[in-house]
Design a protein around this ligand. Structure first.
Ligand SMILES: Cc1ncc(COP(=O)(O)O)c(C=O)c1O
Length: 469
């Protein structure tokens, strides 16, 4: 028999460059040692760590899938009416048919209405394209923005590594603009220019710029000033601005750090005669917010100021696949929640309210703990579902890590897992300033469990710092 033709060595060259190391911890080893006592704070997967689904969302999904429920008293009238409306617009009135490739028309209209109500500027359903999660939208967009091998996309540092991993996979690269940790992770204008010029000098012309707001991994929410700086910068350089806003519903300090959509800022500036024609592509997801339906794979992208001919050509590419129904319905439930007076309203408000208030308390709880430990500090998360504390890893630990061929934060994370069974991810996965070390943890476990995490972690932290003193 001849040798296998497809091996890692023979495979597509760029495959070997991809670095999407979200899960390279020795979890199997830790499971042997700690059994079921592992404390999961590593992935933004709320229902994976016990979060209950929102009843209304599941009712709409269930009734779209099983239309006899539309006639049943078992679920709310609100959900039954919404499910009937969705089913009516599907081919053959069935969730089992291939849906329109840009998404079900009724849901695209609901999304456009949601954007209009949120920003105060009219959005059109024809500019909305649904996707199998924001991930699929990001991949399609990166492919669209990059013209040739070696092009770059500007991404924030730290950032969610889907962007960088996928760019490496398609033969492109990225140019990281550093967010300022001393200013609640806001954007610095000079840094944008520095990174842009450097990318040009190095032969990696930027073709677009990404903003992630609220941010994964820092849990920060950008100020209006930061968003304005980004819009002006993108406009000045003719760069499409990709606004990843999948955490827009997870806002903990609405007075001090409200969520403001990039699209809103862009349109406000345009109304004043500034940044006219700025291209904004906004992303949303069914996986985050309070519904957290990660398994449904729902999301959308919204195009603003994008040439219709390009959109139509892109639509042709998208039509090679299609968004799945469950994900679309999950997205519909998010953008079209029960209104006051609907029978599902009170329960919906109560379920969402208690999830959000718990997140607010947990953000405070972790930041207070980290800021009280020696060698650790943390910008209190203002949104999303993560904290990104900074650790002063002692030089001896950095040297021990280097001897293993890993970063100091990876050593810390590995020892944390092995010693007390707390699972978090090292900052080196998400990017950080040279010679700084961070960790990303989720604040998703319930409050009792999070208290246990912090208690065990505090003991470990003290011992780690003493061990490498
Ligand atoms: C910033 C950001 N964008 C996009 C995604 C992908 O979301 P989805 O589950 O909709 O693919 C994630 C997932 O964690 C994320 O954190």
């Amino acid at each position: 028999m001849s040798l296998p033709a497809l091996t890692l060595e023979s495979a597509y060259e760029h495959l070997k460059k991809v670095n999407f190391t979200m899960c390279n911890l020795d979890v199997a080893g830790a499971k042997k040692k700690h059994g079921d006592a592992l404390l999961w704070c590593n992935l933004g997967n709320p229902q994976g760590v016990g979060q209950k689904p929102i009843t209304y969302n599941r009712e709409v999904m269930a009734a779209v899938t099983l239309p006899s429920l539309i006639e049943s008293e078992a679920i709310s009238k609100t959900a039954r009416a919404r499910a009937a409306e969705i089913n009516d617009c599907l081919p053959g009135h069935s969730s089992g048919a291939y849906p329109p490739t840009a998404g079900a028309s009724v849901i695209r209209e609901q999304i456009a209405e949601f954007i209009t109500a949120r920003d105060g500027f009219k959005a059109e359903s024809g500019d909305v394209f649904m996707a199998n999660g924001a991930t699929e939208a990001v991949q399609n967009l990166m492919r669209l923005l990059v013209k040739q091998d070696g092009d770059s996309i500007m991404v924030p540092c730290p950032h969610f590594p889907l962007y960088t991993g996928y760019l490496q996979y398609i033969g492109a690269t990225y140019a990281s603009y550093q967010l300022d940790e001393t200013k609640a992770w806001d954007v610095q204008e000079a840094e944008l220019h520095r990174v842009y010029n450097e990318a040009i000098e190095q032969g990696h012309p930027p073709r677009g710029i990404v903003v992630i707001n609220p941010n994964n991994p820092t849990g920060s929410v950008l100020s209006k000033e930061s968003l304005t700086v980004l819009c002006r910068f993108a406009h000045a350089h003719g760069l499409p601005l990709v606004a990843d806003e999948v955490y827009q519903r997870n806002i903990f300090e609405p007075e001090q750090r409200p969520f403001i959509a990039v699209l809103k800022i862009a349109q406000e500036l345009a109304a004043q005669g500034e940044c006219e024609g700025l291209q904004v592509i906004s992303l949303h997801s069914a996986s985050k917010g309070l519904s957290a339906e990660c398994g449904r794979r729902g999301g959308y992208m919204h195009f603003h100021n994008i040439d219709k001919k390009l959109v139509s050509a892109f639509d042709d590419i998208l039509s090679m696949g299609c968004p799945n129904i469950e994900g679309m319905v999950a997205m519909s439930a998010i953008v079209n929640p029960p209104r006051e007076g609907d029978d599902a309203y009170d329960k919906y408000q109560e379920e969402c309210g208690s999830l959000l208030s718990a997140l607010v308390r947990k953000a405070k709880m972790v930041a207070e703990a980290f800021n009280s430990w020696e060698g650790m500090s943390c910008v209190q998360p203002a949104g999303a579902m993560y904290a990104y504390p900074k650790i002063e890893v002692p030089p001896k630990a950095v040297a021990a890590a280097a001897a293993e061929g890993i970063e100091g934060d990876a050593l810390y994370v590995n020892e944390l897992l092995d010693t007390v069974g707390v699972v978090v991810l090292p900052g080196s996965v998400f990017g950080q300033m040279p010679n700084t070390h961070h960790l990303r943890m989720t604040i998703l476990p319930d409050e009792k469990e999070l208290a246990v995490v912090l208690e065990k972690w505090a003991v470990f932290h003290k011992e780690f710092m003493a061990k490498y003193q």
